[in-house]
Design a protein around this ligand. Structure first.
Ligand SMILES: *[C@@H]1O[C@H](CO)[C@@H](O)[C@H](O)[C@H]1NC(C)=O
Ligand SMILES: *[C@@H]1O[C@H](CO)[C@@H](O)[C@H](O)[C@H]1NC(C)=O
Ligand SMILES: *[C@@H]1O[C@H](CO)[C@@H](O)[C@H](O)[C@H]1NC(C)=O
Ligand SMILES: *[C@@H]1O[C@H](CO)[C@@H](O)[C@H](O)[C@H]1NC(C)=O
Ligand SMILES: *[C@@H]1O[C@H](CO)[C@@H](O)[C@H](O)[C@H]1NC(C)=O
Length: 254
């Protein structure tokens, strides 16, 4: 029997107790073992889904992180649940070191709050909109559009760029999606994901990040009801769209 080093230690007692007979071992393997590969370490493993939870990063590629039951995914790390974990404090992220980074980290997940306290989400179709029909989309900040592990857990530098993985995805599609397109920006496949940048700022004492789409800026493409706005690319790099960024647990792909 193989015991992979990505299997949390707390699983070992149940695996060891299955040793008395080969039969029991086979039974355990088929009952509880779900194979996965950790995208950060590249170590393949087996997640005992009776005593642990497998968070899928990418189902098709078989990438995932196996966490003890009750923990959630903070980037690619298993942490205590939001109530007293590092995520979901409700505080907008601030630079770790002013002038050096934006405060957001590669591989970590966020919701974006507009200056008028409405979450960025989807409209009833696939466009991104502030104060739309389906607010509060969870985004993962990714350094690449495949497994999202590029410089995982590192802060995005002041002039760093990233892609936004949309963990809700296309309502009529499957899997996670990507923020991209043109005009009113919308849910895309990875091939048309847009590269993003940002600058730090603050409003009323709360840190914010004004996003842009390098080499251009960002701007609402068309008039909407007050309090609402779409996302769009602006030719002028000085133009940007402001959001408070709040860290939340990452979601498991279904
Ligand atoms: C994991 O595999 C990918 C592609 O196969 C490679 O680019 C990356 O460097 C590997 N990471 C580690 C930690 O081995
Ligand atoms: C975490 O939450 C649990 C349950 O609500 C509580 O018992 C514990 O004291 C909390 N720990 C911290 C460090 O806040
Ligand atoms: C999903 O498909 C239905 C039926 O074709 C369509 O009416 C709806 O607008 C689509 N929704 C999105 C978000 O594309
Ligand atoms: C940021 O941009 C400046 C000027 O374009 C450049 O000198 C600097 O090396 C860049 N820093 C990083 C971390 O890329
Ligand atoms: C993404 O790919 C799927 C399947 O290939 C396709 O049906 C869908 O139209 C694509 N979505 C976009 C926005 O290109």
């Amino acid at each position: 029997m193989k015991i992979f080093n990505s299997v949390p230690l707390l699983l070992l007692p149940s695996i060891v107790s299955a040793l008395p007979s080969e039969l029991a071992e086979v039974e355990l393997d088929t009952r509880a073992c779900v194979s996965f590969k950790n995208p950060v370490t590249n170590v393949s493993g087996c997640c005992d889904v009776v005593t642990a939870q497998l968070f899928w990063i990418d189902i098709i590629l078989g990438l995932g992180v196996c966490c003890p039951l009750g923990q959630v995914l903070d980037g690619f790390n298993c942490v205590a649940p939001p109530s007293n974990g590092s995520t979901c404090t409700g505080e907008p992220v601030c630079p770790h070191k002013i002038g050096t980074d934006l405060g957001i980290k590669y591989g970590h997940c966020y919701v974006l709050l507009s200056l008028n306290n409405n979450y960025l989400g989807h409209d009833s179709a696939t466009k991104y909109v502030v104060n739309g029909e389906n607010p509060g989309v969870v985004f993962r900040v990714c350094g690449d559009t495949t497994n999202c592990v590029t410089t995982a857990d590192q802060y995005v530098t002041t002039n760093g760029t990233w892609y936004m993985q949309d963990q809700f995805g296309d309502p009529n599609g499957s899997g996670f999606g990507w923020l991209g397109g043109s005009g009113d920006l919308s849910i895309q496949n990875s091939s048309t994901a847009l590269v993003m940048g940002g600058s730090t700022t603050c409003f009323g004492g709360s840190c914010a990040i004004c996003i842009n789409f390098p080499p251009g800026g960002a701007h609402a493409p068309c008039p909407l009801a007050p309090g609402q706005s779409h996302l769009g690319i602006a030719p002028n790099p000085n133009s940007c769209q402001n959001f408070y960024w709040q860290e939340v647990p990452c979601r498991s792909e279904k």
